[in-house]
Design a protein around this ligand. Sequence first.
Ligand code: GLA
Ligand code: ZN
Length: 682
Amino acid sequence: MPRVPAVPHVIYGADYNPEQWPPEVWREDVALMREAGVNLVSLGIFSWALLERAPGEFDFAWLDEVMELLHAGGIGVNLATATASPPPWLSTLYPDSRPVTVDGVRLEVGGRQLYCPSHPGFRAHVATLVRAMADRYGTHPAVQLWHVGNEYGCHIDQCYCDTCAVKFRAWLRARYTTLDALNAAWGTAFWSQHYGEWAQIQPPRRAPTYANPTQQLDWRRFSSDNILELYQLEAGILRDVTPDIPVTTNFLGFLPGLDYFEWATHEDVASVDAYPDPAAAHPHLEAGMIFDLTRSLRGGQRWILMEQATSAVNWRAINAPKAPGLTRLLNHQALAHGASGIMYFQWRASKAGAEKYHSALVQHPGPQRTRVWREVVAFGEELRTLTPLLDARVRARVGIVFDWHSRWALELDSKPAQLSLMPLVQAWYAALRQLGQNVDFVHPGGDLGAYDLLVMPNSYLLTDADATNVRAYVQGGGHLVTGFFSGIVDGHEHIGLGGYPASLRDVLGLWVEEWVPLHPDELTHVRFTGAATPVPATTWAEVIHPTGAEVLATFQDGYWQGGPAITRHVSGQGQATYIATQLPEQSLMDVLRGALTDAGMPHTTLPPHLDVTLSETQGGLILHLLNAHRADPVQVTVPGTLHTLDGQPLAQPLTLEPYGVRLVRVPAGFSVADITVVAGRH
Ligand code: GLA
Ligand code: ZN
C-alpha cells in the first residue's frame, strides 16, 4: 500500500525556517499559517548547526518549542532529518569530508551541501543526528512525514575525492567481479588503458583529453548509487525507529545527476521541487513535465509538490516574479497532474543570507500587505473545496521513454555531435500535450504494455534487456515512435555493429549507414509523401536503407537527398515509426498525430497555452482545463451536460480567463477529441 500521509485534505504548506527569527515571530507565524490554510510545514531542513552546536552537544529546546507551537495550532510537521547542510565544525573536524571537484579542488565552507557523500566520519554524524531526531520526535503527534536531507545532488552530484575513489573501485568490483570483465566493458584495449590492478582505477578526474566513456558512464552510475546509499542510511534509521511515518526526499524534476527511477523505489511517497521560469514562453509546460515525471516515478501514485516559489526566485540571472494568478494556475496544474500536496519554499522571506531575495508566503513588507499573501490565502481557502481530487487518478495511454543512464551516455563528449536530451524531450512532450494526451514518463525496462503509444525522443543507450523489452512491446501490438540516434549503444556504451541502430533495426525495418549532424544554423529539408512543399528540419540527417519500412518523408538536400527521413514499419502485431531528423513543431505534431490515429487513440489539437488533463475519480471523470495565457481568454465547448466538482450544471461555452481554471465533471465516454476550442486559439 502506498503510504502518503493520511490527511483528509489536500496538503498545503511551506518550508519553515524558524531559526532565522526570534521566538515572538514564531507565534505570529502559527497564527498566520492558520489564516493561510497551511496544514503542513517542512521543518528543520537547515537546522543542523543549531541543533548540534558542537559534536555530540545537542540543543533541541528551541525545536521542541516550535513543534509544540505548531501542534497547538493544528499544523502538521514534515520533519527534516536536518542533515542537508553540515555545520562548520564538521569540516574542521574532518577536513577531508569536504567534496572535491573534477579538477581536484576541495570546496570550502560558506555555502551548503558541503559534504563528500562517502566520508565515514560525516556518515557517522549523520546517523547519530537522524537517530536523535527520530528518537526525540518520532512519537510527536505533529509529525506526519519524514523529509530526508534536501535535494540530494543539487550542488554536489559527484565527489572526486580519494575516499570516493576507493568506493568507486568497490562498486566496480561488485559490478564486474574480475578486472578482465572491466577491461572488456571499458574497451581498454583502446589508447593503452588496460588495467592490471584495481588500485590503478581512478574516478574520471580531469585528464589530458577525453576520458574513457564507459569509465565516465560507470562513474555517473556509481555517483547516483553512492548518494542513494547515503539517503538509505537515513531512511533505514527512520524506518527502524518510526515504521509508521512515511519517508520522502524532495526530488528536483529532471536533475541530471540522480537516477530517480531507482531512487523513487526507496521512498514511500514521491515529492518534488518545481521552479519553472515565469519569464519562459510556456512555464506550464516546464512544470507539467516535472509533475508528470514525479507521478510516473511511483506508478501513478499521488505525490507532493514540496517546493515552488510563490513568486520570484533568487538564482537566475534575472528573476521575474510570477504575475498575479500564475501561482494559482500552476497549483491547479500540479493537482491536475496528480499532486496531493501543494507546498512552497519558503514560509517567511529571509532578511539575511543568499536567499533573501527569494519570494515567500510572508514577504518583506509584512504579512497581509502584499498581493502574494492575498493569493496564497485565497488558494488555501479554495483548496478546501478540492478534496475530491485526492482520490483522482491520472491515467496516461502515452509513455515517453526516459532513462538517466542513456542521458548520461548521450551527453558524454566525443560523439558525432554534442546532443542534449532535454530539448528533444521537451519538444515531444509539448507536441503530445497539444494533441490532448495525458503523458507518463517510463523507463525502457518498465511496464510498457500499459501504453498504447510509446515515444522515444532519444534513447541512445539501450541495454540488451531494455531493447528486448521495447522490441517485445512493438511485436506484441504496441505503437512506437522513435527519434534519431536511438538504440545505438548497449549498457557498456559499445556500438552495435551491422548497421545502426543494431538493437532496433528489426522493428524499424531499416538500417542506417551514415549520420549527418548539422551545424546550429544549418537546415535540411524534409518532404512528406504527397506534400507540395518540404519543411525545414534541423540538427541531424541520415542515410537510411529501408528493409521493409514504408517511407513517409524524404530528405531534400545534400548527398543524402531522396533518402528516407521518416519511416513506418509493421513489426509483429505492432508498428514502429522512425524520425531521422529534428522536425519543426507542426510536423512533429503531424507525425505523432498519425501515430495516435494508427494506435486508435482519440486526439485533438489544442493551443499550447491550454493545459488539458483528464483524471478518473470514483465519482466519474474530471476534465482539468487551465488557460496558461497571461492576456487572452479561451473558450471551449464539450458535447453533453457538464457539471462542477460539486455537481452543479455548467453553462457552455466554458470561458477561461487569462490564467483561468475550470474543473469540469464530464460524462462517461468523454474523450479529448470532444473538446472544441471556440475562441482563444493562436
Ligand atoms: C531549492 C532548495 C531550497 C531553496 C530553494 C530556492 O529548492 O531545496 O532550500 O534553496 O531551492 O529556490
Ligand atoms: Zn568524496
